[in-house]
Design a protein around this ligand. Structure first.
Ligand code: GSH
Length: 320
């Protein structure tokens, strides 16, 4: 990777573009950890933490799914930003699906970062896990928030279920690494590339990984072992956006997700899960991407398709 071109962080919401045209994602800066240990600074407690999300964002989406799976709805309340990420970033402008900020009464999401750290100059991203007691951000890294939700609240009302089981951790980590680099983030690297070479490299990786996943999921219902794990949650939020957004908007159009029989059935299987289905909002997803990147879509027209039925039976139960 080359050097970051000065001044491109924050530009039009892109994380950063390197001199050779590759997009690079900025690292998350708040990395505290909630635990259930007695002397923990961020102790797991019902009602203490608040989650800020966008329904459009695949990273925030992961945390919403885990919150549902672990029965944390009554323990951790949420705010949902407006789907448009404009000049001022995320806002709480009223619209369907928006849940205003009842904790800090912010109108712009950047206010939350400033309350937490008045000198903060980092990117303002979702998700954010907020501590009402310390009045600061615990974490703005979705991968960490997933792990915290998976186990930290088990002693204070979370429902049973381990989505990062000890015996599969190595394999989950390995799958996550490939899926993150080449697919979750790969679609962004494809869409935000500013040279043909950088774009073709990224899109090649996207489809290399989709081909690999298709083979794997033709043999088994879930990515690792025989149960739903965080690896599936992390993959799902990219797959469900693939044909509606990434195929066209991010130029990931070698094949459609629906051209992959196992991956398409897998996506519908997860979509039908009672903890997952209510977290998918295609209006926020499509509205966000097609309207928030005017350099990719200057007209901001939101395509009407694809005309898919995510509710079609998946037939994946046969693997169970
Ligand atoms: N590493 C972060 C990335 C989160 C992220 O990039 N979120 C995007 C929305 S999809 C965002 O808020 N971007 C704001 C911006 O680009 O200014 C995580 O996984 O939690």
């Amino acid at each position: 990777m080359g050097e970051l071109i000065a001044g491109t962080w924050h530009r039009n919401g892109i994380d950063g573009v390197l001199a050779d045209g590759q997009m690079r994602r900025a690292p998350s800066v708040f990395r505290n950890w909630i635990t259930n240990e007695r002397d923990s600074r961020f102790k797991a407690e019902s009602g203490r933490y608040h989650l800020y999300v966008s329904l459009a964002c695949p990273w925030a989406h992961r945390t919403l799914i885990m919150r549902n799976l672990k029965g944390l709805i009554d323990l951790i309340d949420i705010s949902v930003v407006h789907w448009l990420m404009g000049e001022d970033g995320w806002t709480f402008d009223p619209d369907h699906g928006v849940i205003p900020d009842a904790v800090n009464r912010a109108h712009f999401l950047h206010e939350i970062y400033t309350i937490s750290d008045p000198d903060c100059t980092s990117r303002v991203t979702v998700p954010i896990l907020w501590d009402k007691v310390e009045r600061q951000i615990v974490s703005n890294e979705s991968a960490d928030i997933l792990r915290m939700f998976n186990s930290a609240f088990d002693g204070c009302g979370a429902v049973a279920g381990d989505y990062y089981p000890e015996k599969h951790r190595e394999e989950i980590d390995a799958v996550n690494t490939r899926v993150y680099t080449t697919l979750n983030n790969g679609v962004y690297r494809s869409g935000f590339a500013t040279t043909q070479v950088a774009y073709e490299a990224a899109v090649g990786e996207v489809f290399g990984t989709l081909d690999w996943l298709e083979q794997r999921l033709a043999q088994q219902r879930y990515l690792v072992g025989s149960q739903l794990t965080e690896a599936d949650i992390r993959l799902f939020t990219t797959l469900v956006r693939f044909d509606p957004v990434y195929f066209g908007h991010f130029k990931c159009n070698v094949r459609a997700l629906a051209d992959y029989p196992a991956l398409w059935a897998y996506t519908r299987d997860l979509f039908s899960h009672p903890a997952i289905r209510p977290t998918v909002d295609f209006d926020h997803i499509k509205g966000h991407y097609y309207s928030s990147h005017p350099w990719l879509n200057p007209s901001r027209i939101v395509p009407v398709g694809p005309d898919y039925d995510f509710d079609l039976p998946s037939g994946r139960e046969a693997f169970a």
